[in-house]
Design a binder for this molecule. Structure first.
Ligand code: DX5
Ligand code: ZN
Length: 214
């Protein structure tokens, strides 16, 4: 079954505990968008915030690091309570080492690719990869429009990860709502990140998540 990873980026930051309470029985992961004001033009969540809500749910914390030079911070984010740590190919010159380091910290290793970044970045790191995140918007903000040319890339990513001898989740992030969710599922996605479709919808989060599952 498809997994849903609601992004807290669109939640009420003044009340994160109760926002998590609203989704925790309906979601599969919780997605944290960590932005540094360098790699992306926005500043958001740091490790202290993640740690502060770690006790609110046992759901896996899916931490999306949109930060330049992530290597020195991997341990800090691992210790904050992340279960999956996803780095961007565009920020990692020694990607195999970075993904291996995440695994050495006992966490699942994720690789994110921006819309213009070729899938080839994933080809030589499959053996140290647990999750491949195909960005369907350029990262930095919630509620942007889904980039349709991502669909063939998701299909190719599905074919690529089949070559691994272990399970690699195929996650998509950006502009996922009830109209685009069926398209990415059909293309092969196994995890859908959704911010505004869960927290800024007219529906309550439970119904919104059900609509994404389809
Ligand atoms: C974008 C973030 C996304 C964002 C998605 O940089 O990585 O996780 O929260 O927001 P929506 O679902 O509203 O497009
Ligand atoms: Zn994200």
């Amino acid at each position: 079954m498809i997994k849903i990873s609601p992004s807290l980026l669109s939640a009420d930051f003044s009340n994160l505990s109760s926002e998590i309470e609203r989704i925790k029985d309906h979601a599969d992961y919780i997605h944290f968008d960590v932005m540094d004001g360098h790699f992306v033009p926005n500043l958001t969540i740091g490790p202290m915030i993640i740690q502060s809500v770690r006790g609110k749910t046992g759901l896996p914390f899916d931490v999306h690091l949109m930060i330049a030079n992530p290597d020195p911070y991997l341990k800090t984010y691992a210790d904050s309570g992340a279960d999956i740590l996803t780095v961007h190919a565009e920020t990692c010159p020694t990607l195999y080492r970075t993904l291996s380091s995440i695994r050495s910290l006992g966490k699942k290793a994720g690789l994110a690719l921006n819309p213009a970044t070729p899938l080839a970045f994933a080809e030589n790191v499959l053996e140290v990869l647990d999750l491949l995140l195909i960005m369907t918007v350029d990262p930095g903000f919630g509620a942007q429009s889904f980039i349709k040319s991502s669909l063939p890339k998701i299909q190719k990513a599905k074919e690529l990860i089949k070559k691994a001898d272990h399970l690699i989740e195929l996650e998509v992030d950006g502009g996922i709502h009830p109209e685009t969710a069926p398209l990415v599922k059909e293309a092969g996605a196994t995890v859908l990140v959704a911010g505004s479709a869960v927290f800024s919808s007219h529906d309550d989060p439970k119904t919104a998540i059900q609509k994404l599952r389809g």
